[in-house]
Design a binder for this molecule. Structure first.
Ligand code: CO
Length: 212
């Protein structure tokens, strides 16, 4: 276990610190989770949901994949979203991208990354949809930063297309879907202001007629 000693020692220290500040924290949390947020973010090791939002375990239900792709045939992602929305009743869904995302940069390059190409094609398609806007930007960095933002916006749009989310909106104003981008360079989160929280937020072709 020597290979993992850094992690295991860190864990002991972390658990002791939390218990010192909040003696009943783990005992209480072990009985129930009531997170208000679902986070769909990138797998990148530099963008951990709890740490960058200053929250503790129990605050955020999390799904992460390469380049925070929201793809409606991804049953892993859909199962997480379904459980979060229908059972945990989260109030907010956050799609969070980050500038300098390796997945987005890989998708923008003309290189093949083998098995991952199929996954990256989701981002290539966002690029294709907004090619004119991207081509108008002056540098590769501006183009990749913008594609990071567009990929998040596309994720927010795709989530609002899900029938069981539209069903929830018939009963109230939750879940609200938000798009954020994180900067690796300064640790700040930036709200893209692309909230979706009602059927009217969805293009007519993507709206379901659901029974009340
Ligand atoms: Co990334």
């Amino acid at each position: 276990m020597e290979e993992l000693s850094e992690l295991l020692d860190g864990n002991q220290k972390w658990a002791a610190e939390i218990t010192r500040d909040k003696p009943d924290f783990f005992e209480k949390l072990s009985k129930l989770q009531t997170p208000e947020y679902l986070w769909i973010g990138c797998s990148d090791s530099r963008v951990p949901a709890n740490e960058i939002t200053g929250t503790l375990p129990g605050a955020i239900f999390v799904h992460r994949n390469i380049a925070n792709v929201v793809q409606l045939t991804d049953y892993n992602m859909l199962s997480v979203v379904f459980y979060a929305v229908k059972h945990l009743k989260v109030k907010h869904i956050i799609v969070c991208g980050h500038y300098g995302c390796g997945g987005v940069l890989a998708a923008m390059s003309k290189k093949s990354f083998g098995f991952i190409d199929g996954w990256l094609s989701n981002i290539k398609n966002v690029q294709r949809l907004h090619q004119d806007q991207l081509d108008a930007l002056a540098t590769d960095e501006l183009r990749s930063d913008r594609l990071v933002e567009l990929n998040v916006m596309e994720g927010v749009r795709a989530l609002s297309e899900i029938s069981f989310i539209q069903e929830e909106w018939q009963n109230g104003k939750f879940p609200k879907i938000h798009g954020l981008v994180y900067s690796l360079k300064n640790g700040h989160l930036h709200d893209l202001g692309v909230t979706a929280d009602c059927p009217d937020c969805v293009a007519p072709a993507l709206r379901y007629e659901l029974d009340k």
